[in-house]
Design a protein around this ligand. Structure first.
Ligand code: ARG
Length: 462
């Protein structure tokens, strides 16, 4: 068996060590990135005269053949060959002999793995970006479908003020937009080529990093070899951005789990997205939403794992860094899977409009608007707060709504109040009164919806 570490070693590696140190079981996922980077590297070596043109051609063709074998499941992966870099180099040497032994000129597995992970993360960000967009589209369509529906809005999970369903959906569109731009910020920052920084100090060979940069489509060259060899910031940022998505989805899932209960009765989840009970014949459980909520724990755990992994590592590369991959892949796979289910679930949900409307009068959703009306009539805010608080108490005594209080109750607060107040109280009236920018007022929401619709219709990517 060919040993990449060569002459320094007299003994074969202990089999237990091979099993303990291998990463091929999970880094084989990086084969396409590893081969793309090797092809760029080989072409560069030919350009600067460290390979002949024929040697580079042979290497490139063989790398492409290896890629095809991996893709069709014909390539043997072996624990003994440790990682994806060694596997591919080993296969190259098996086929090309001395020419294959030249590929690793002027590079190290340290700059190779950093390059592979950056290439992989760039694509992963694009994938998640698209999935987030799909979810945003589903939310906007749901906002358009339910444009006139009024929902109770909550703080502390207590009824607070009325909100339009469209406003509710757009709230998540905004959260996801921050998540998307956070991902693309991370993408911009990571867009620096590591390859050519070699093990930690660079190389004395006349390599051309700028050429490789262009081949692999990186925006800039990473400037400091010592930094690059140890840098995993981009993976931490990426997994943080994924954690935010997972946490946002988890809050939304919790909301809909509650809303689908008999106690709330706000919505019907599609049968196709629920599961039954093995013993209770009547049950329809929101398992998909529960798992979206539950899987956020994995992603947050992955972030934690990475933070602890890099804490206290001296410069430059340390083998600890091999442990980054499973956390990153798991966070990506988990968030991608959650987003893939979120969009169709949002598309298929149905609100129980009647049931929501029937109970909209519970909870004094119009009280704050009434207070603001008194403020507009000249009453100091604190006095208006006090006065409406008393009116709410009167309603509780009489078991009625603010809109049902007789005129004398309002006259007692302020003479003349009863003439205009009945156009203010009542949930519909209260909702129409909102007008501040970004509020749930119908004109504001219509404008937000238009803005989002236009933005998505001419989706500019970032
Ligand atoms: N499998 C290693 C990793 O994932 C690749 C780099 C190994 N470098 C080394 N000097 N052992 O980090």
């Amino acid at each position: 068996m060919h040993k990449t570490w060569g002459g320094r070693f007299r003994e074969d590696t202990d089999q237990r060590v091979e099993e303990f140190t291998e990463s091929i079981s999970f880094d084989q996922r990086l084969y396409a990135q590893d081969i793309a980077a090797s092809i760029a590297h080989a072409r560069m070596l030919a350009k600067v005269g460290l390979l002949t043109a024929d040697e580079a051609d042979a290497i490139v063709q063989t790398l492409e053949a290896i890629r095809a074998e991996i893709e069709t499941g014909r390539f043997p992966f072996r624990t003994k060959l440790e990682d994806i870099h060694t596997h591919i180099e080993h296969a190259l040497i098996e086929r090309l002999g001395d020419v294959g032994r030249k590929l690793h000129t002027g590079r190290s597995r340290n700059d190779q793995i950093a390059t592979d992970m950056k290439l992989w993360t760039r694509e992963a960000i694009d994938t998640i970006g698209r999935l987030v967009r799909d979810t945003q589209r589903a939310l906007i369509e749901a906002a358009e479908r339910n444009a006139d529906l009024i929902l109770p809005g909550y703080t502390h999970l207590q009824r607070a003020q009325p909100v339009l369903a469209a406003h509710y959906f757009l709230a998540y569109v905004e959260k996801l937009e921050r998540d998307r731009t956070r991902l693309f910020d991370c993408r911009k920052r990571l867009d620096e080529l590591p390859l050519g920084t070699a093990a930690l100090a660079g190389t004395s060979l006349p390599i051309d990093r700028e050429f490789v940069r262009q081949q692999l489509g990186f925006a800039r060259l990473a400037a400091n070899s010592l930094d690059v060899s140890s840098d995993r910031d981009f993976l931490l940022e990426f997994v943080f951005a994924l954690s935010m998505i997972a946490v946002h989805l988890s809050g939304w899932a919790e909301e809909w789990i509650l809303w689908s209960t008999v106690e709330f009765g706000f919505l019907d989840l599609p049968d196709a997205f629920c599961t039954g009970s093995s013993i209770m014949p009547h049950k329809k459980n929101p398992d998909v939403l529960e798992l979206i909520r539950g899987k956020s724990a994995r992603v947050v755990g992955d972030l934690q794992r990475l933070l602890v992994l890099v804490k206290g590592l001296p410069l430059a590369y340390n083998r600890d860094l091999q442990e980054d991959k499973q956390a990153v892949f798991d966070a990506f796979d988990t968030v991608a899977a959650c987003l893939q289910l979120a969009a169709p679930l949002i598309q298929a949900v149905r609100f129980r409009r009647e049931a929501i409307a029937q109970r909209l009068d519970d909870g004094f959703l119009d009280a704050t608007t009434l207070m603001e009306y008194l403020i507009q009539l000249g009453m100091p805010m604190r006095s208006a707060h006090e006065a409406v608080g008393k009116l709410v108490r009167r309603c509780e005594e009489r078991r009625c709504r603010l809109a049902d209080l007789p005129p004398e109750e309002y006259e007692a607060i302020r003479p003349g109040l009863s003439s205009g107040v009945y156009q203010i109280v009542g949930v519909q009236n209260a909702l129409r009164a909102f007008r501040s920018l970004g509020s749930t007022g119908p004109e504001q929401v219509a404008a937000q919806l238009r803005r989002w619709r236009e933005r998505l219709d001419q989706d500019v990517g970032i």
